[in-house]
Design a protein around this ligand. Structure first.
Ligand code: ATP
Length: 294
């Protein structure tokens, strides 16, 4: 069997930290969204596990530190099997960007290997295994639009009224999620930096992109902006193209803008590409992993 898999990126419409969990992790409240930008993976039968990574110059480990191999090992352990597979990963999602690149690859590996190896695990079981690999993996398995709480594992599916169009790019070096959260601890959160999660959810459910733009927010943005001043300029550049809202996603360092319609987004991407050649147009997507047997 040979499987071709799309591992889709995510953006955070919102990201709020609402407390601390008993285990010491941050208690989050986020609106997460799959988008059409994706990494491409192929998985096929092989006697041993082997991963090949093409990442166009950006460093991505191809050894056991890659989340794909971590996911494969977690799956084998949970299912009580030892199997092989040849996995090829082509990276298109920017790395250390807050777009869930590694997490979506882990999600793709779990869904793909479950099929290749005929394990018959349910989506819920895969999500539970995914959570041991990374907090964003359960979301990447489910995909679409979700309210994500806890460390990101408590997911409530939401219905997006209509597809929305985004421009996104990483204007500077990546950011480590751990470092950003550590700095947040030192800086604290100002009330005005909090997103309006209820307002954003209602706007997404009724397809009101203008209201959505007003409700977006990410409490990590001030910290990341301080660590990477280029983010300020990038967000201002997106706003200048007439976006309804422009924000950083996750812990950064990618930023996105959301537009009224596809045409406005296409024109904005043309303009932004002059300064930021990596700028891409994308659409909201209804699922996180797409598997095709080839
Ligand atoms: P998230 O949005 O889930 O917080 P991120 O976009 O901030 O994730 P990733 O792109 O997943 O961050 O990468 C973070 C680090 O993880 C990288 O610097 C890289 O060394 C390591 N890594 C392990 N596996 C992968 C993978 N499959 N793709 C990208 N990076 C990976």
């Amino acid at each position: 069997m040979r499987l071709k898999i799309q591992a889709r990126a995510k953006i955070n419409w919102t990201l709020d930290v609402v407390g601390v969990l008993p285990n010491g992790y941050h208690d989050l409240d986020m609106l997460m969204q799959s988008v059409t930008l994706c990494d491409q993976m192929t998985i096929e039968d092989a006697p041993e596990k082997k991963l090949f990574v093409q990442s166009g110059g950006t460093y991505v480990p191809a050894d056991e530190n890659n989340l794909v191999l971590k996911a494969a090992a977690a799956l084998e352990q949970a299912a009580g099997v030892v199997r092989g597979a040849k996995i090829t990963l082509r990276k298109y999602i920017p790395v250390a960007a807050g777009m869930g690149g590694g997490s979506s690859d882990a999600a793709a590996a779990l869904v793909g290997l479950n099929k290749l190896w005929g394990l018959g695990l349910s989506e819920d079981e895969l999500e539970a295994i995914g959570l041991t690999v990374g907090a964003d993996v359960p979301f990447c398995i489910r995909g679409g639009l979700q309210r994500a709480q806890g460390v990101g594992e408590r997911l409530t599916p939401l219905a997006l009224k209509r597809p929305l169009y985004l421009a996104a790019f990483q204007p500077c070096r990546g950011l480590s999620t751990k470092e950003v959260f550590t700095s947040l601890h030192e800086d604290g959160i100002r009330p005005e930096d909090r997103p309006d999660n209820e307002g954003a959810q209602a706007a997404l459910e009724r397809g009101d992109v203008v209201a959505l733009g007003r409700c977006l927010g990410n409490v990590l943005e001030p910290v990341s902006r301080r660590m990477r001043p280029e983010l300020d300029r990038a967000i201002r550049a997106i706003e200048a193209t007439g976006a309804c809202g422009a924000r950083m996603t996750g812990s950064g360092s990618a930023v996105f803008g959301v537009y009224r319609h596809a045409g406005a987004c296409r024109r904005a991407v043309q303009v932004l590409s002059e300064e930021y050649p990596m700028c891409r147009m994308m659409r909201t997507a209804e699922c996180g992993v797409v598997v095709e047997e080839v």
